[in-house]
Ligand binder design. Structure first.
Ligand SMILES: NC(=O)c1ccc[n+]([C@@H]2O[C@H](COP(=O)([O-])OP(=O)(O)OC[C@H]3O[C@@H](n4cnc5c(N)ncnc54)[C@H](OP(=O)(O)O)[C@@H]3O)[C@@H](O)[C@H]2O)c1
Length: 299
């Protein structure tokens, strides 16, 4: 089974690429910049360009696609909505169009976000697939618009919503909550973390396993893939400090009202993972992951 992985230089795409062979797939990578895993075929392509996308699909001849590429910086998306829309909506639509024309039997797996929800559920419980979507930010709206295109794909499709992904890869150009906290605390600098946002932090390795499980099972529809523990960013950061033996006193708990970021975020967006767990998805406890990452992340 030929599996095309877009955004293979990014945090999630790289983890998927590393694990794909173990799940019986031949990984074919795509990204912008040098090949992050040279033993696999790689295509340099800007997915906002129709010609490049059609050429990519023609050459990759995929049986399945995990579409991980996106403009992921939420505040940059808020500042540049058009560029965000091109990277997140147009690119997804072009991939779907090319597949529908050239390889209509290919399974399309799209990675979306908890930011499609507004964080004001009627009942305070983790969001389940099918709950009402109402994004607060340009980024969330762009991912929901891309989801709408995915649902029109005539072939097999899966939408995977995930949240607050953390981890490390050698090709990484952007930080994430784990790397941000480590970098500040190692340099004895203070950091402010939200104590009024409720999330379900997700290790990129667990997410990659879940994505490949859904690909293997050819699961159709919407799935939530997130971590095991429901935590605020402040609680997560304190766990990081404890496990790395760094000063948690440098972490200041703040509210969204005090630390205002350009893009509004949902206050409460833990995702229910029960539907994916029924298929065999098994994320690790945060503590176990952090202890293991402590051995591998170079600082
Ligand atoms: N990280 C999270 O907390 C989180 C949470 C929920 C959902 N997600 C979703 O999960 C997916 C993977 O996220 P991630 O954390 O792996 O993000 P990432 O590390 O920022 O990786 C995204 C990759 O997409 C590439 N890309 C962006 N626009 C492209 C284009 N037009 N053509 C080709 N490549 C392009 C980027 O390349 P450049 O480096 O060249 O820009 C980057 O390598 C995304 O769909 C994201 O929306 C992430």
């Amino acid at each position: 089974m030929r599996l095309l992985i877009t955004g293979a230089r990014g945090l999630v795409g790289y983890h998927v690429a590393q694990l794909a062979e173990r799940h019986g797939f031949l990984p074919i990578l795509s990204g912008r910049g040098p090949n992050p895993i040279p033993q696999y075929p790689y295509f340099n392509a800007d997915l906002t360009e129709a010609t490049a996308v059609y050429e990519l699909i023609r050459q990759a001849q995929p049986d399945a696609v995990i579409h991980s590429a996106a403009m992921t910086q939420v505040d940059a998306c808020q500042a540049q909505p058009l560029i965000c829309w091109q990277n997140n909506v147009l690119a997804t639509r072009l991939l779907l169009q090319a597949l529908a024309e050239l390889f209509p039997k290919a399974h399309f797996i799209f990675i979306s976000t908890d930011f499609v929800y507004d964080g004001f559920p009627i009942v305070q419980r983790p969001y389940i697939e099918g709950d009402y979507e109402a994004p607060l930010s340009v980024y969330g709206a762009s991912k929901l618009a891309a989801e709408a295109w995915v649902k029109l794909y005539p072939g097999l499709w899966t939408i995977v919503r995930t949240t607050q992904v953390y981890g490390w890869t050698p090709s990484l150009r952007r930080d994430n909550i784990l790397l941000r906290v480590l970098s500040k605390l190692k340099n004895q600098q203070p950091i402010q973390m939200h104590s009024d946002q409720t999330r379900r932090p997700t290790w990129a390795g667990d997410l990659a396993e879940g994505l490949l499980l859904l690909a293997r099972r050819r699961a159709q529809g919407i799935y939530h893939l997130a971590g095991q523990d429901i935590l605020t960013p402040y609680q997560f950061s304190c766990q990081v400090a404890e496990i790395w033996g760094l000063p948690a006193s440098l972490i200041e708990p703040v509210t969204q009202e005090k630390l205002q970021l350009p893009a509004p975020r949902p206050l409460y967006s833990p995702l229910s993972i029960e539907k994916a767990q029924a298929l065999g998805y098994q994320p690790h406890p945060t503590e176990v992951i952090l202890k293991s990452l402590r051995q591998t992340i170079p600082l």
